[in-house]
Ligand binder design. Structure first.
Ligand SMILES: *[C@@H]1O[C@H](CO)[C@@H](O)[C@H](O)[C@H]1NC(C)=O
Ligand SMILES: *[C@@H]1O[C@H](CO)[C@@H](O)[C@H](O)[C@H]1NC(C)=O
Ligand SMILES: *[C@@H]1O[C@H](CO)[C@@H](O)[C@H](O)[C@H]1NC(C)=O
Ligand SMILES: *[C@@H]1O[C@H](CO)[C@@H](O)[C@H](O)[C@H]1NC(C)=O
Ligand SMILES: *[C@@H]1O[C@H](CO)[C@@H](O)[C@H](O)[C@H]1NC(C)=O
Ligand SMILES: *[C@@H]1O[C@H](CO)[C@@H](O)[C@H](O)[C@H]1NC(C)=O
Length: 616
């Protein structure tokens, strides 16, 4: 075995083996062992001798590998472009031996790991003869690999060993030493092993002597990991998301994922460097920590997940809660869990309200028309959700009550009449009927029924509507009770008596007047000596046309005491149809005295008709 080394650290080796005699004068022999182990990046020389019968002319010489089914000239193989060279001498022929012999050397520079193959040589002559030696030369290309060896006795230190996949052949002995480099600076230490501290920031590599330019890959602690998200972009709730943690490290890093700040492993699948959310939920938002670790150290990177989602749990809450008094204020707050924060739309009784999208809905100085059902709707670009409904009850004092009388029309004495009062109020009002200047009636309630009404019960009435918030009185309602002729008996004895006295007085006066006239007439007749005229003159007699008894109860305090005790003025008048005597009693105003409560006075007729009193 003949080993040679090329200059400048390139290892070259000639593999020489004594030529073997082939059959029929044909032979190819390789001057090497059949297995060659070479360092990546170095140059290999594969030498062969060949022999062919005399009087043949060589037409083609080529090297090929077993990588292809058919022999392909390495000079035509793109994998070797620019890296192969054949150095073949002229064959020398011997008439005596009746054969020709030659040598040819294959040179491959810059060996790569993929150059590992079996290499063979072939010649072709004009006689068609071709030959390749079997077997060829098996080339293995190796690189140096520092291997980490953990020293159980010293946990702070590591041992590195520079390893190869095959035993180097054909190199000078000193090339087999390992040189060590820390951060590319050669260390004094030479040898197969190297010790260094864990967690150092150093990158350590090894290289064979003379191969400084071809160092092994470095051994180093993980670099700061980077986190990639698939799919990229916005993370929407419900989608599938993968986080992939990547860190350069040698040896290859191991990864762990945890959620900050709990430190617990996330409740999702962790597979190597990948954290999968399938599907992702809003609660998965937060910070995660990816940790890359190898024997030399640990590095971690935080990563924030912001899961976007449409509104959830939309609620409207009034403040203060409960009922609101008119004039008070209430604020409705809409809340919803959404990312990004939602805008709110307000609705009252299903009608949308104009309001700023983020501000609580405020009702200042609430009025009865603000009463209603309110709700809000939260919306962002990922969806919308309506809230619960809140009923805002506005409490307000009774409005001016409206009053009515049933049955409508004339109120006849002895009949029955119902006064009704109603008022818009919240809560519903309680009602009390009052008789003007007379206090409340016995019956409480909106309806006050007077059965068997008498003229004395006529007059002004009003009702009071009252609730917890306030009270309001109605306008006055005047009851004009008509005394029907059939029910004249209902006129009280006092009235009848007073009327009778008046009529009696008038009759007496009339009789006296008539008597005086008659007496004077008879004296005149006696004085004239004539016969007294028996025929009665028809003097201008007063005609009693009508006697009315009028009451005006509004002019004085009406009381609910028994009628007998009343000291109301009762006006009776004799209406004499003589124009010069026409006189309207002062108390009979026809119209009514306006009460200080009134804006409007309702009145019904009270008319007591009496039979015509005709004297004589
Ligand atoms: C996430 O990773 C799993 C497993 O590797 C894969 O099946 C899935 O398609 C990935 N999903 C996305 C969104 O990349
Ligand atoms: C609002 O709309 C809902 C659904 O259409 C209906 O049930 C409800 O009665 C409506 N409310 C009002 C006050 O109109
Ligand atoms: C009062 O009268 C009205 C009309 O007849 C009736 O609708 C109402 O129920 C009555 N109220 C009460 C308390 O009786
Ligand atoms: C109505 O009142 C009068 C006098 O007070 C009485 O005589 C009459 O019986 C009453 N009628 C009814 C139906 O109560
Ligand atoms: C309404 O009438 C009641 C009873 O007469 C009285 O006490 C009250 O002061 C009145 N209220 C108003 C606002 O006039
Ligand atoms: C009462 O009614 C009668 C007949 O309808 C009418 O003539 C009279 O003026 C009324 N009285 C009052 C005080 O309004």
């Amino acid at each position: 075995m003949n080993l040679r080394t090329a200059a400048r650290g390139f290892v070259a080796f000639l593999l020489s083996v004594p030529a073997l005699q082939g059959n029929d004068g044909w032979a190819v022999t390789y001057q090497a062992s059949n297995n060659v182990c070479a360092l990546r990046g170095s140059t290999v020389y594969i030498h062969c001798n060949y022999e062919y019968p005399y009087a043949n002319t060589v037409e083609k010489k080529l090297w090929f590998t077993n990588k292809h089914n058919e022999p392909v000239d390495l000079k035509d193989d793109t994998d070797y472009t620019g890296r192969v060279e054949y150095r073949c001498g002229e064959p020398s022929c011997s008439y005596y031996y009746s054969s020709c012999t030659g040598t040819c050397t294959l040179i491959i520079k810059g060996l790569t790991l993929s150059d590992s193959a079996e290499y063979k040589f072939r010649i072709t002559t004009n006689n068609g003869g071709a030959s390749s030696g079997l077997p060829g030369v098996k080339l293995s290309v190796t690189d140096l690999r520092p291997e980490v060896i953990i020293l159980p006795k010293n946990p702070n230190q590591l041992k590195l060993e520079c390893r190869r996949t095959c035993q180097l052949t054909g190199y000078r002995t000193y090339s087999l030493y390992s040189n060590w480099y820390r951060n590319e600076i050669q260390q004094r230490h030479q040898g197969k092993s190297y010790w260094f501290d864990i967690n150092s920031e150093h990158r350590v590599s090894c290289a064979a002597t003379g191969f400084k330019h071809l160092p092994s890959p470095s051994v180093y602690a993980p670099e700061t990991p980077s986190v990639g998200v698939t799919p990229p972009g916005v993370i929407k709730e419900g989608s599938s998301v993968n986080l992939t943690c990547t860190s350069e490290a040698n040896p290859v890093a191991k990864y762990t994922w945890s959620k900050v700040p709990t430190g617990h492993p996330p409740g999702h699948t962790v597979q190597g460097q990948q954290l999968s959310f399938h599907p992702i939920q809003s609660s998965d938002s937060g910070q995660y920590l990816c940790k890359a670790k190898n024997d030399l150290g640990t590095k971690s990177s935080p990563f924030s997940i912001d899961v976007k989602y449409g509104p959830k749990r939309t609620f409207v809450r009034p403040s203060p809660p409960g009922e609101i008094k008119e004039g008070g204020s209430v604020t409705l707050s809409c809340s919803s869990d959404a990312n990004p924060a939602a805008d709110y739309t307000w609705f009252k009784d299903n009608q949308s309200l104009l309001w700023e999208p983020r501000r609580p809905y405020t009702l200042d100085s609430v009025s009865s028309k603000d009463r209603g059902t309110y709700r809000c709707q939260a919306e962002n670009q990922y969806g919308y959700l309506g809230s619960n409904s809140v009923f805002i009850d506005v409490l307000y004092a009774p409005k001016t009550p409206s009053v009515s009388v049933r049955p409508p029309g004339e109120i006849k004495e002895g009949g029955s009449v119902t006064l009704s009062c109603s008022s818009d109020a919240n809560p519903a009002a309680d009602y009390t009927w009052f008789r003007e200047h007379g206090g409340s009636v016995e019956e409480l309630g909106e309806n006050y029924t007077i059965s068997n009404i008498t003229t004395e019960l006529g007059g002004n009435y009003y009702c009071e509507a009252r609730n917890a918030v306030g009270l309001h009185n109605s306008t006055l309602m005047f009851l004009n009770v008509t005394a029907s002729s059939s029910s004249s008996s209902s006129v009280t004895a006092t009235t009848v008596a007073r009327g009778t006295v008046a009529v009696l007085l008038a009759t007496i006066l009339l009789l006296i007047f008539l008597w005086m006239r008659r007496k004077r007439a008879s004296r005149n007749a006696r004085d004239q000596g004539g016969r007294p005229d028996t025929r009665e003159e028809s003097p201008p007699c007063p005609v009693y046309d009508n006697v009315s008894a009028l009451t005006n109860r509004s002019a004085s305090a009406a009381q609910r005491e028994p009628i007998e005790e009343q000291d109301d003025p009762h006006y009776a008048s004799i209406h004499i149809s003589r124009s010069e005597n026409q006189e309207v009693p002062r108390g009979f105003a026809g119209s009514l005295v306006e009460s200080d409560h009134t804006e409007q006075v309702l009145y019904s007729a009270i008319n007591l008709k009496r039979p015509k009193a005709v004297p004589e």
